[in-house]
Ligand binder design. Structure first.
Ligand SMILES: *[C@@H]1O[C@H](CO)[C@@H](O)[C@H](O)[C@H]1NC(C)=O
Ligand SMILES: *[C@@H]1O[C@H](CO)[C@@H](O)[C@H](O)[C@H]1NC(C)=O
Length: 255
């Protein structure tokens, strides 16, 4: 092999982000209408890569929990904005009295790889070291069964540091991240896919023109001379003034 080809291959290896195969997958489904939620992952010697595909257009989360509850969970949190940019964050959940506060870790150990969404699903992919060394706010991935929480919401935070609205769906289960075994699919009531509302058809109602209101002119109309219709042997006579007709008629009758 020529030295330039070796150099080329070396550069290629150095510059390509080697993605970890996501060989295991937790699939939560609801039988009735096919709502589904997937957590796929894979690991190499040092890192775990995770892909979340949840039926939401808002935020999604995967938490490593000490006991299946929310308190003291180490959370992978993220969402995709309307413009297609995505946010992946390392957060920590404190919920000592049941009310959770999902704070940003001081050290961000999750690194976003990709994020996308369509009208029904959001998909995020991220990578993290198996052991981050952040013992205060992270939990290590192990080869034992670990409690995990999946959660999502239809809302996207206003900004990466804005308050996070409560989840609309949460489910606890257990996974073994550093194991080749793939867990059996879990049947759970996953909310059905959010179908975007199609706006109702616009019905164009033909406008009937408003009735014309005739405002009487302030001028008093000119007085109209009275007319008189006299029937005389079936002939209609109509002339100028009534008085003249009456006079003529009177005379005629007298003659
Ligand atoms: C494991 O994957 C990570 C993330 O892709 C990578 O940075 C690291 O070099 C990989 N480690 C090994 C031992 O392959
Ligand atoms: C939306 O994204 C999900 C997850 O990537 C995919 O399974 C689904 O087919 C997509 N739906 C459409 C209508 O593109």
């Amino acid at each position: 092999m020529s030295s330039s080809l070796v150099l080329f291959l070396g550069l290629l290896l150095a510059h390509s982000a080697v993605s970890i195969d996501l060989q295991q997958k937790l699939k939560l489904t609801k039988n009735a209408d096919g709502g589904s939620l997937d957590v796929a992952w894979g690991a190499n010697d040092t890192h775990v890569e995770v892909e979340l595909t949840y039926p939401t257009t808002g935020w999604l989360a995967l938490g490593l929990s000490p006991d299946g509850g929310m308190d003291m969970s180490d959370v992978l949190f993220g969402y995709v904005n309307g413009d297609g940019t995505f946010v992946v964050q390392d957060r920590y959940l404190a919920a000592p009295d049941g009310v959770g506060s999902l704070s940003l870790d001081t050290t961000q150990n999750w690194q976003g790889i990709s994020g996308s969404k369509n009208g029904t699903f959001t998909q995020l992919r991220a990578v993290r070291a198996i052991r981050t060394g952040d013992s205060a706010q992270d939990r290590a991935f192990t080869d034992k069964s670990q409690n995990v929480i999946v959660a999502m919401s239809p809302t996207v935070p206003d900004s990466p540091t804005a308050p996070i609205r409560k989840h609309s769906f949460k489910f606890s289960t257990s996974l073994t991240f550093l194991s080749a075994a793939t867990p059996a699919p879990v049947t759970v009531v996953v909310p059905s896919v959010v179908v975007p509302q199609t706006p109702p058809p616009v019905v164009v109602v033909p406008q009937t023109p408003p009735p014309v209101v005739v405002v009487p002119s302030p001028q008093t109309p000119a007085p109209v001379a009275p007319t008189l219709i006299i029937r005389n042997s079936g002939t209609k006579i109509q002339t100028g003034t009534g008085l003249l007709i009456i006079a003529v008629t009177f005379l005629g009758m007298r003659l």
